[in-house]
Design a protein around this ligand. Structure first.
Ligand SMILES: Nc1ncnc2c1ncn2[C@@H]1O[C@H](COP(=O)(O)OP(=O)(O)OP(=O)(O)O)[C@@H](O)[C@H]1O
Length: 426
């Protein structure tokens, strides 16, 4: 890609002198407008094979008692049985409120944490099972871009050593070739090769994030986990960095798990999106299914809070859906559906049974007993027969519950079409 990045120069990199590079204040233009000026939203390739397949992934952090003998008295169920795929060269967005388990998921995939359970298949290797020593040759394939460009770069190291260090650790280039490669990468991310000997505090937030991106690219990974990569940046810089990530994806074919709470950013970058709540995926699907056809009350509430999206998707202003109460503790999550304590349409069955993640479209799954478009949720649970219960969730002796409700990553060729109440086929 070299130095062809369209935003190169827009942060005034060549003339940059002082540490305090100005970034626009009081933005009135939205992210969607800015980002759309040069780059169209990323497209889904439905034929792409998965680069990563995650199945029933769990991360429980132990809660220990205080005192001399510290006993395990519970668990923070940060991630509790999630399944998804990231397509080769494509992007999956992971969204949800703070504390729902997004970052923990990213840290599991990069194996900063070892999962409590489940699998993470990457090129026929289950990353979840490997010891730290076994992981070393695989680490280079999955790299991370961190949220905060102010704390994720060591202030005492030069840009050259920050970006070059992974090459030394993994021994992928002779020492005398590392500098040239680092300078090439600096150009790829829209910085200047002369920045090699500078220190992070000499750069603005957007430029620091570019340094973090160069570092993540050093080992030529197949998958990048980007954890809120632009949320610390001003909106116009956000658009530049997201455009850069899109250029990098097109150029190098790298896949992204893109974690963000900003639904406008995710809509542009990710053709597929998973919505998390309290450690579970509650809805997952392609862009249209999530942004124009959400069936889970939680997704609908999240979308209603983003003016940019409300208008783009519905063509009109829609009332914001206010969620009542706080997010419950993941140490003692609600029984049944975890969202029920804040859900505007919850009924008795929701307290008794966890809703299975059901496929309701070609690339659309939802975990709700009453899934439906906003204002069109069914009165009776659609899941009762599957679970072998009555409409209130009490055992129904006459019914035969489904035995294959295990959550699978990816999509099946058939699904239950809620509109026609029949089986849909790909
Ligand atoms: N190392 C840890 N030990 C104990 N609990 C943790 C740990 N890391 C995260 N948690 C808890 O796990 C839950 C999920 O946290 P996580 O950071 O993954 O959520 P998130 O959706 O990324 O939120 P945010 O956007 O605020 O980072 C939270 O309740 C958090 O307090």
């Amino acid at each position: 890609m070299s130095n062809k990045s369209p935003e190169r120069g827009s942060e005034d990199i060549e003339e940059y002198r002082a540490p305090e590079v100005t970034e626009p204040e009081n933005e009135v233009v939205s992210f969607s407008e800015l980002v759309g000026q040069t780059h169209a939203a990323a497209k889904l390739d439905p034929t792409a094979e998965p680069v990563l397949t995650v199945e029933n992934l769990r991360m429980y952090f132990p809660v220990l008692s205080s005192g001399l003998i510290r006993r395990r008295i519970g668990d923070v169920q940060a991630v509790d049985g999630i399944s998804f795929q990231v397509p080769k060269g494509g992007s999956l967005g992971l969204v949800g409120e703070s504390g729902c388990g997004k970052s923990t998921t990213g840290r599991l995939i990069t194996r900063l944490y070892k999962p409590t359970g489940g699998s993470m298949m990457f090129q026929d290797v289950d990353l979840a099972q490997l010891s730290n020593r076994e992981l070393k040759p695989h680490r280079r394939n999955v790299q991370m871009i961190f949220q905060d460009p102010y704390t994720s770069l060591n202030p005492r190291q030069t840009v050259g050593s920050i970006v070059g260090a992974p090459m030394q650790v993994h021994n992928i280039l002779p020492r005398d070739q590392i500098k040239a490669r680092v300078q090439e990468l600096l150009e790829v991310v829209g910085l200047s090769p002369e920045h090699y000997n500078r220190y992070p505090n000499e750069f603005s937030g957007g430029q620091r994030q570019r340094i973090g991106i160069a570092r993540a690219l050093t080992l030529n990974p197949s998958l990048l986990v980007a954890d809120e990569p632009v949320s610390a940046l001003d909106v116009s810089i956000q658009a530049q960095v997201v455009n850069l990530l899109q250029d990098i994806q097109n150029e190098f074919g790298v896949a992204f798990l893109f974690i963000a709470h900003d639904l406008a950013v995710v809509r542009h970058f990710c053709p597929e999106i998973a919505v998390m709540y309290l450690g579970k995926i509650v809805e997952i699907g392609d862009r249209d299914s999530i942004y124009s056809n959400a069936h889970h009350p939680y997704t609908q509430a999240l979308l209603s809070a983003v003016p940019d999206i409300k208008q783009a998707v519905t063509g009109e202003r829609r009332e914001r859906i206010m969620l009542t109460g706080d997010v419950p503790s993941p140490i003692d999550p609600p029984s049944g559906c975890r969202f029920r304590t804040r859900c505007p349409i919850a009924q008795e069955i929701c307290a008794r049974h966890e809703p299975p993640l059901l496929q309701i479209g070609k690339r659309h799954k939802v975990a709700c007993h009453f899934p439906g478009r906003l204002g069109e949720h069914p009165r009776e649970p659609i899941t009762a027969r599957l679970l072998g219960v009555d409409t209130e969730g009490q055992p129904d002796p006459g019914s035969s519950p489904a035995t294959d409700l295990v959550e699978q990553p990816g999509y099946a060729d058939t699904w239950f079409d809620l509109d026609s109440k029949s089986i849909g086929r790909a």
